[in-house]
Design a protein around this ligand. Sequence first.
Ligand code: MN
Length: 239
Amino acid sequence: MNRRQTFKLAAGAAAFAASGTIFGRGAALAQAADGPFKLPPLGYAYEALEPNIDSATMGFHHKNHHQAFVTNLNGLVGKWPDLAKKPAEEIFAAMSGVPEDVRTPVRNNLGGHWNHSFFWQIMAPGGAKAPAGDLKNAIDGAFGDVDKMKAAVKQAGLTRFGSGWAWLAVGKDKKLAIFNTPYQDTPHMDVGAKPVLGVDVWEHAYYLKHQYKRGDYIDAWWNTVNWDVAAANFKKATA
Ligand code: MN
């Protein structure tokens, strides 16, 4: 399954396909004045995840926080043109190959762009409300049952000191694993994992509604997970 096919499974796929280059394969497209990186449309309304994720948080998160990564990436392309040509996952898998003078901003901004683009899809409205089939079997085998998996992801989110993400991902050994990453690091970096789902635990993801109660946010966030998208991610990661 290629990346384009994966997007077809997600809500808002037509909009993603139209943008064409959310992870930076911009070479074949007309270059807009603001650069090859684009903010991908959510594919659903900011209020679509209410009451689990509030409309105000979704709005700021998408059009301000995510947009900032996109804007920064377009600024970095002039310093390192490969940024707009290489698939993001290839860059993440070999961060030492990024020129040293742009390595940290590429890590932060390409990571942020990738993580948020992934996040908008995994929490999209619709789809299955619980895991099934191969993904359910793998979760049960690795963690006992779905509730134990959810508890472990929550714990990974709660124990990420400061800002970062908690992930359910497929490791290099093709087995499911739960871990967190700091800042905007993606699961591909360092450990070479491919995510099935992930939850943003930066304060901007929950503070307007939940203030300091990160655990309450994670509990509510589970209600937004689109398990059809998670299943597609799992299939791609284990292919
Ligand atoms: Mn965020």
